[in-house]
Each structure stands twice: as structure tokens, then as C-alpha cells.
Design a binder for this molecule. Structure first.
Ligand code: F6P
Length: 319
């Protein structure tokens, strides 16, 4: 391949810029031209495509967000939208595309590949929820943002002897809640992968308070339901002084951690290698600390499960 494209799609994630930089620099290093598609699949359909040079990706490795912008695009779910996108790519002589994003982005990449246009997926989402890889770009930065918030909330929870419910992102997945809950010493972690009852939560809280605990932190993954509603139920059932914090989109921003920059650089560069080998329809990832690539279809299999041992550990450590 002599010309490739790169785009970011879906929710942004810290480290996407580092991945774009890796794609551009790796490709140019191997004498392959790179074109940036601006605005995700919407930009692809409308032809918002510009050539990127080495300097285009200077000074972005440490920046959150994505210099290529991103979007969630309904039109690209249709065959017409996809074929229009391919036409736009062909106008520029582009022969393959690196798609950085989550599973919606991968579905677009798979569709393009099936229409004969090779694409490779790079996992970029704070949710860490893509099957076939143990890690997705942005997860570590988001976790650190959440930990920062938990630590601060802990200060005020201690002073006021209150029970705090903190709602975190993750879509249908519990990884952000589980990892941040364990790292933040939360008393209770609610994730969509496990059922819970308000009675269980309250019993646990009461045991802690009977032992002399003065405050508690409960992490709720958004996939479980509204933190506000869960907080209200706990308040009514246990007659406790509760407060709720919904962390929201601050979890998506900020300068990527070193780990996210390294993973983004490795994933982005590997994606270019795959395209150079004409391996479309692949996704890159990491398993057992080794870079892997696999059929992108695997990314849609519902095989990814949460690490139960971590959930059990958090229960043991926060008695
Ligand atoms: O997939 C990333 C994510 O931040 C999820 O955790 C969340 O459910 C969703 O995106 C929010 O999307 P939007 O920014 O479109 O509201």
C-alpha cells in the first residue's frame, strides 16, 4: 500500500492522539502516505479528508481528545453510507484505513472490509470492553481520573461521616467501576456483570458501621443504572446521610498516562504493519502482555467477561 487513511470514531479516549501520531509516523517511515479523515465516519461520507505530514502530528502525544475529531454516525450503518465513504477514499487513492475506536467503530471497519476496502481496528475506548484484547486505549487515564475523584470525595466523606455513591462510565461494562473501586478502596462496587439487591448493599454498609466505620464509598457502573436512583433507595432503606456524584465526561478527558501513550504507539504502529501486509479486517490488541491481531469479527463476540477474582478481592479487602 502506498496511501492509507486514519480516523477516530465513537467516544473519544485519551491516547487517541498518540495512536494517530504512531500511525502517521510509522507509515511515513515506510514511505507510505497518510490521510486524516476528520470527524469519524461522518467526515468520511462527506469527504473531509486531508493529507497528514510528519509535522501534522507534532506536539499531540500528550493531548487528550482527538485531533481528527470524532462522531457517532447513524448514516454509516447503511450500505449507501459505507459505499459513499469508499468512493471518497478512492478519490484520494487511499487503499486502506486504520480505524481507532470502540465496537461501533469496528463495525464500520468490518463493513468497509467486506465491501473490499481493507481496514484495521485499533481499540480506543475508556470502557476497556472490546473482546480479543485485554486493554483499550484510554482506560488507564480514565481510571486515574476516577481515582483522583474518589480520593477527593473520600476526604469530604470522612469529614462529614457520609455514604457516597459515585457513578462512573463504562457503558455495559464494569471494568472502570471494578478497577477504580479496587484502587480507591471502595466498600461496594456495583457492576452490570453481577446482580445486586439494595438489601445486600445496605446489610454490608450496616456491618461496616456497626464495626465503627464512619463513612462508605459505593462505586456504581452506569450500566447498572442511575447512581442517583440507587443512592435514593439506599438513603430510604438505611436512613443514612448519602450523597451522589456522577463523574460523567471528565472521565473522557485529560492528558493520557504514560501507559496509554505507550499502548497507543504500539497499537497504531502495528495497525500500519498489518495494512502494509494487506491484512484488512483485523483488529490489534494485547493479550498476556503480547501484541496480537485477530479477525475483527471476534470483537463482536460476547466473550469478554469481567475478572471475578478482582470483585471478590475488593469484597475481602473492604470489609
Ligand atoms: O464509550 C465511551 C463512553 O464514554 C461510555 O462510557 C458512555 O456510556 C458513552 O461513551 C457516552 O457517550 P456520549 O459521549 O455520546 O454521551
Amino acid at each position: 500500500m502506498k496511501k492509507i487513511g486514519v480516523l477516530t470514531s465513537g467516544g473519544d479516549a485519551p491516547g487517541m492522539n498518540a495512536a494517530i501520531r504512531a500511525v502517521v509516523r510509522k507509515a511515513i517511515y515506510h514511505n507510505v502516505e497518510v490521510y486524516g479523515v476528520y470527524g469519524g465516519y461522518s467526515g468520511l461520507i462527506s469527504g473531509n479528508i486531508k493529507k497528514l505530514e510528519l509535522g501534522s502530528v507534532g506536539d499531540i502525544i500528550h493531548r487528550g481528545g482527538t485531533m481528527l475529531y470524532t462522531a457517532r454516525c447513524e448514516e454509516f450503518k447503511t450500505k449507501e453510507g459505507q459505499l459513499q465513504g469508499i468512493q471518497q477514499l478512492k478519490k484520494h487513492g487511499i487503499e486502506g484505513v486504520v480505524v481507532i475506536g470502540g465496537d461501533g467503530s469496528y463495525r464500520g471497519a468490518k463493513a468497509l472490509t467486506e465491501h473490499g476496502f481493507p481496514c484495521v481496528g485499533v481499540p480506543g475506548t475508556i470502557d476497556n470492553d472490546i473482546p480479543g484484547t485485554h486493554y483499550t486505549i484510554g482506560f488507564d487515564t480514565a481510571l486515574n481520573t476516577v481515582i483522583n475523584a474518589i480520593d477527593k470525595i473520600r476526604d469530604t466523606a470522612t469529614s462529614h461521616e457520609r455514604t457516597f455513591i459515585i457513578e462512573v462510565m463504562g457503558r455495559d461494562a464494569g471494568d472502570i467501576a471494578l478497577w477504580s473501586g479496587l484502587a480507591g478502596g471502595a466498600e461496594t462496587i456495583l457492576i452490570p456483570e453481577e446482580n445486586y439487591t439494595v438489601k445486600d448493599i445496605v446489610d454490608r454498609l450496616m456491618k461496616g458501621y456497626e464495626r465503627g466505620k464512619k463513612h462508605s464509598i459505593i462505586i456504581v457502573a452506569e450500566g447498572v443504572g442511575s447512581g442517583v436512583e440507587i443512592g435514593q433507595k439506599i438513603k430510604e432503606t438505611a436512613n443514612l446521610d448519602t450523597r451522589v456524584s456522577v463523574l460523567g465526561h471528565i472521565q473522557r478527558g485529560g492528558s493520557p498516562t504514560a501507559y496509554d501513550r505507550v499502548m497507543a504507539s504500539r497499537f497504531g504502529a502495528r495497525a500500519v504493519e498489518l495494512l502494509m501486509e494487506h491484512n484488512g479486517g483485523r483488529a490489534v490488541g494485547i493479550m498476556e502482555n503480547k501484541l496480537v491481531d485477530y479477525d475483527i469479527v471476534k470483537a463482536f463476540e460476547k466473550t469478554r467477561s469481567v475478572d471475578r477474582s478482582m470483585l471478590n478481592l475488593s469484597k475481602e479487602l473492604s470489609i
